[in-house]
Design a protein around this ligand. Structure first.
Ligand code: ADP
Ligand code: MG
Length: 631
């Protein structure tokens, strides 16, 4: 902002680099589905009216400088080839115009560019609204955009103007009415959007259930011969769809509404629409998307369900309306039993709100349980949202048992996914608990040396690859009476488990092996917590495991990635007493033993996906040992 007392009449500014890049993509690459620009601008206009309506609840003066009948007007000027979308909402100040339409505070653009780049040009222009960059879609159809805006409670209006090519101007506007008035100078190939039929159709398709009327002004010079005086025409039903009974809502109406509230363009995987009656009355219309929204894993873990009180929009960011582990749910909750005139913060802690949350969550979990009966369909849900849903195992004590029943896992025993119930039914006699291993991905886990003994004995192991797994598994502890047991933690003794033929071999520990353990301990010293004889290895000579009761290897690695200075935890090196390499180690001289001991430890680290701490020493030792092998 200029620091002189007088603002310059018109100033020119450059778009933030990210925005410029986005605009370049919008202008040059996105040609299909261009009509969604109207959905985005109407959606912004509707948001702006909602914001003002909410602010006016506590400050009614805000409505004095214009109509309190909120509406969105479309007007066409065929001669000038312009379409104007006007609202009487909250509007934007000088600085807001610059901040909102010139920079992007959110990470939206980068994410959008990535998605648009990933999925091929054109197709994913539909997503544009989801990324918080919907306004810029105007440049798909317009080669110049003017935004005249006056903020509620301010006297001076401003005009923002740009051709989308790197810069925009902001200057004073005379007599600007409250709200925002967006004029699109249509590109020659986008003049179809000056036709009433086209506008009617686009509004009906994408914005029918915007809760405000979208009104098409009579188009000058468009009057047909002999026709009546042209009248303003409301293009949408402007109804609060959620207040209707579900028996009368058509599937395509649900779909359009879902696209509107969810800012998405997929089919919902699930829809839940009900009116709760009794002590607290409320209506909920909720959707589970099919595809992951891009911000699913953002650290704020924001929800996206909109709260209305008696059809007045209150917030779409209210904590406490939905549990965080259901933050992928989109939709609307409306209740007349919540107080209108209190702050969002107070509302967040309102006991009625908590009861509503309880009610919605219960219904949602009940529906999920039903849908889980068709595993193929349910797996689609789980693939998209399982990692988030599992946060509930960690945080929602009250519903933990229900959530455990709904959770699904990859496992060594089945293709696809298994429930814990099914795992339990496959458990062997004498099996100590539910075995699991954690790591970054399936492929690496499946090859883990720690698994060998378990696979050999036909014991099923769950493969847990989500970061959250470390946390819930530690908190939950057990499924029913069956404890979760990590296969990568020392203290798991498999020698008691029957496995037929090979049983007796490793039973008695020959003195030499014990001697070798001592030698290895002496050689490796402080770099390991301990050296032990393993009952879990069959093919590999060694592996690393976490010390009993200590932090798991995977968790330790995650923490280290996060914070380089995190203490490295010392691990237990387990050796396979039946492996030829280990058996022969007793016969080598001490220099060779020293080399091989360190090489075995480094090898175990590599298998774990860790880096070798001293690559130069590693290479030297490897060369020395190979050289001896060639003699
Ligand atoms: P999003 O709507 O997801 O925030 P957009 O790119 O569509 O992203 O809009 C950017 C911002 O510009 C909005 O958040 C809002 O602050 C402002 N804005 C856009 N249109 C209007 C409008 N008609 N009235 C007031 N503010 C608006
Ligand atoms: Mg928007």
């Amino acid at each position: 902002m200029a620091n002189t007392t007088e603002k310059p009449k018109t100033e020119t500014r450059e778009f933030q680099a990210e925005v410029a890049k986005l605009l370049d993509l919008v202008v040059h690459s996105l040609y299909s589905n261009r009509e969604i620009f109207l959905r985005e601008l109407i959606s912004n206009a509707s948001d702006a009216c909602d914001k003002l309506r909410y602010a006016a609840l506590t400050d009614s003066k805000l409505l004095e400088d214009g109509s309190s009948e909120f509406a969105i007007h479309l007007s066409v000027d065929k001669a000038a080839k312009t379409l104007t979308i006007s609202d009487n909402g909250v509007g934007m100040s000088h600085d807001e115009l610059i901040a909102n339409l010139g920079t992007i505070a959110k990470s939206g653009t980068a994410e959008f560019l990535k998605a648009a780049g990933d999925k091929g040009k054109g197709k994913d222009v539909n997503l544009i609204g989801q990324f918080g960059v919907g306004f810029y879609s105007a440049f798909m159809v317009a080669d110049k955009v003017d935004v005249v805006s006056r903020k509620a409670s301010e006297k001076q209006g401003w005009v923002w103007s740009s051709d989308g090519k790197g810069a925009f101007t902001v200057g004073e506007a005379e007599n600007a009415p409250r709200g925002a008035h967006i004029t699109l100078h249509m590109k020659p190939d986008a003049e179809e959007f000056l036709e009433p039929q086209r506008l009617r159709h686009v509004v009906k398709t994408y914005s029918d259930h915007i809760a405000l009327p979208v009104i098409l002004e009579p188009i000058p010079g468009d009057k047909k011969e002999g026709a009546e005086e042209a009248k303003a025409e409301t293009l949408n039903s402007a109804s609060a769809l959620w207040m209707r009974y579900n028996s009368v809502v058509k599937p395509e109406e649900y779909l359009e509404f879902y696209h509107h509230v969810g800012h998405t363009f997929d089919e919902p995987w699930h829809a839940l629409h009900f009116h709760a009656e009794g002590a607290i009355e409320y209506t909920a219309l909720l959707f589970i998307p099919t595809e992951k929204p891009f911000d699913l894993f953002h650290p704020e873990r924001k929800g996206h369900v909109k709260l209305y009180v008696n059809r007045v929009f209150i917030s779409d960011q209210l904590e406490g309306l939905m549990p965080r582990y259901l933050r992928f749910v989109r939709g609307v909750v409306d209740s007349a039993d919540l107080p209108l005139n209190i702050s969002r913060e107070m509302l967040q802690n309102n006991p009625t709100l908590r009861k509503i949350q309880n009610g919605i969550t219960k219904r949602m979990l009940k529906d999920l349980k039903e849908r889980a009966e068709k595993p193929e369909e349910y797996n689609v849900f789980w693939d998209s949202f399982g990692p988030v849903f599992k946060e509930g195992l960690y945080e929602d004590h009250e519903r933990r048992d229900d959530l455990l029943e709904l959770a699904r896992f990859k496992s060594t025993a089945v293709e696809g996914l298994t429930s814990l119930k099914d795992y339990a039914s496959r458990m062997k006699d004498g099996q100590e608990g539910i075995y699991y291993i954690t790591g970054d991905n399936n492929a690496a886990l499946k090859g883990s040396p720690q698994l060998e003994g378990f696979l050999d004995k036909g014991l099923e192991v769950l493969l847990l690859t989500d970061p959250i797994d470390e946390f819930w598994v530690a908190t939950v502890g057990a499924y029913g009476k069956k404890p979760f047991k990590s296969v990568a933690e020392s203290g798991t003794d498999l020698s008691a488990m029957k496995d037929g033929e090979k049983k007796d071999e490793a039973q008695s520990e020959p003195e030499e092996i014990k001697g070798l353990v001592e030698k290895l301990k002496a050689t490796l010293g402080e770099t390991v917590a301990d050296v032990r004889i393993s009952s879990r290895l069959t093919g590999s000579p060694v592996c690393l495991v976490a010390d009993t009761g200590g932090m798991s290897l995977h968790l330790a690695r995650m923490l280290q990635q996060h914070d380089e200075s995190a203490d490295k935890i010392r691990k237990v090196l387990e050796i396979n007493p039946n492996h030829t390499l280990i058996k022969r180690l007793n016969t080598v001289d001490s220099a060779t033993l020293n080399d091989i001991a360190h090489l075995l430890l480094d090898q175990a680290r590599i298998v774990e996906g860790e880096t070798v701490p001293d690559p130069i020493a590693f290479a030297k030792r490897l060369a020395a040992v190979m050289e001896k092998g060639l003699l």
